[in-house]
Ligand binder design. Structure first.
Ligand code: PLZ
Length: 449
């Protein structure tokens, strides 16, 4: 089924509803999807898309929706971004695949060089390229184990690291990610996360880190730990920003105990938080960093980047995969990175953050259901609670989302309790479109009171 409508920034940047959402054509397509697509694959909004760009998703009924999701933090540079599309088209004409492990090509090495330059720290770095975030996390664990000769992996409450067997074990939330899929990989241990809204200001970041370190020391033993894997800001787990000092103290503990400190920046990376990486905000330099999502403007690419001596602990042939660092995905990444630099998307993310924080804090004053407004840059969320001010209210989050969806604004929820509304607009979204999306959100809170 082909469409000839062009996406990208040329797509008219306005919200326009010509049918109900989902419209009749989407509903018909969805019935077909139900016949042929596995029931285990979920759907946030059953609207079929035929073009997208800037801050807009255009559906098969002719509706234009405001995109506050970026395909879960992927299309930060915008959908069908011209710099990405042009490089992809050029690469597809040249060659589509050789398998980098069989015969190499420059695009792969170019991406690794960019990663060495952009990721935190000025030490010698090397990378391996892969196709999905979960695969990157799996490989970070392989590398840390090979380097340390140890087995234990420490993760945190509310963590999300993927859907493969090892990364399911590392992910905290049972439904929908783990239910019925065990047994899971062993040697994965969970430590308490810093969660300022739930703990209050009484627990500062270093105290929260000491609490986690105590659990690791007592229940695992530092000498058994290959790596600590942490999202510097929780993604699926609720956009929780740990208290200041938490990450630096953990990183310091890891360093002094020979433990590899792995930052999972798959959701937070590539300008999303207003810096290249979320670790940059507290000057934390991870030993290994996993990236995916925003790296390639929508094409499947992921990486593990880290200290050269750690990366090189693995024997030749120990890392790889048929499609890892596919030339087309690498070309897309080079286009996306050029765009991030050229358009200063870090500054754009910070501007988006200021605007969203201002609006959402105003909304929180009017609606006590908003217990917390948090995030960084263009990664912002509100946590919804019942009248007691702390009990999670997933029902309200679902109702507000449903209202936004019906009005043509794509929002996502997250959080272990499903009570967090998160906003991940493309970093190239026009300010007026973002404001309109937030107006609809305000209406949604009023309408679901
Ligand atoms: N680590 C921090 O956010 C992916 C998952 C969507 P993959 N998050 C979106 C879903 O329901 O499957 C993610 C992440 C962090 C790892 C991953 C995994 O990345 O590319 O989905 O494998």
């Amino acid at each position: 089924m082909s469409t000839s409508i062009a996406g990208g920034p040329e797509l008219p940047q306005s919200r326009r509803l010509v049918t109900e959402i989902p419209g009749p054509v989407s509903r018909e397509r969805f019935a077909r999807r139900q016949r042929f697509v596995a029931g285990g694959v979920g759907t946030t909004l059953p609207v079929f898309i035929e073009a997208a760009g800037g801050g807009v998703l255009r559906d098969v009924d002719g509706n234009s929706l405001i995109d506050l999701a970026s395909g879960i933090a992927v299309t930060g540079v915008g959908n069908a971004a011209p710099a990405v599309a042009a490089r992809v088209a050029e690469q597809v004409r040249a060659f589509t695949h050789t398998c980098f492990m069989v015969t190499p090509y420059d695009g792969y090495v170019d991406v690794c060089e960019e990663l060495a330059r952009l990721t935190p720290g000025d030490h010698a770095k090397k990378s391996v390229l892969l196709s999905s975030g979960a695969e990157a996390v799996e490989n970070a664990v392989k590398i840390a184990r090979a380097y340390t000769g140890r087995h234990a992996v420490v993760v945190f409450d509310h963590a999300y690291h993927g859907r493969t067997n090892l990364t399911m074990a590392m992910t905290a939330k049972n439904m929908p990610y783990k239910q019925g899929f065990g047994p899971f990989a062993g040697e994965v241990y969970r430590a308490p996360m810093s969660y300022p809204f739930r703990e209050g200001a009484a627990v500062d970041g270093t105290d929260a880190a000491e609490r986690a370190i105590d659990v690791i020391d007592k229940q695992v033993g530092a000498a058994n730990v290959a790596c600590v894997v942490i999202e510097p800001i929780l993604g699926e787990g609720g956009f929780v920003v740990p208290a200041k000092g938490f990450l630096p103290r953990l990183a310091e503990w890891a360093r002094s105990n020979g433990v590899v400190f792995v930052a999972d920046e798959i959701q937070t990376g590539f300008c999303r938080t207003g810096d290249w990486f979320a670790c940059d905000h507290e000057g934390v330099v991870p030993d290994l960093i996993t990236t995916a999502k925003g790296i390639a403007g929508g094409l499947p690419l992921a990486a593990v980047t880290g200290r050269a001596e750690i990366m090189d602990a693995v024997h030749s042939g120990g890392l790889g995969g048929t499609y890892g660092g596919n030339p087309v995905a690498c070309a897309a990444a080079l286009g996306a990175i050029e765009l991030m630099r050229g358009q200063d998307l870090n500054a754009a993310a910070r501007r988006i953050g200021e605007l969203m924080f201002g609006r959402l804090r105003g909304l929180a004053e009017r609606h006590p259901a908003i217990g917390d407004v948090r995030g960084r840059g263009a990664m912002v969320a509100v946590e919804l609670v019942t009248a007691d001010g702390h009990t999670p209210d997933p029902g309200r989050a679902a109702a507000v989302s449903a209202y936004c969806h019906a009005q043509g604004v794509l929002t996502l929820t997250c959080g272990t309790n499903g009570n967090v509304l998160r906003f991940l607009p493309p970093l190239v979204i026009a300010e007026q479109l973002l404001c309109e999306g937030l107006d609809v959100l305000a209406d949604a809170f009023a309408a679901t009171e």
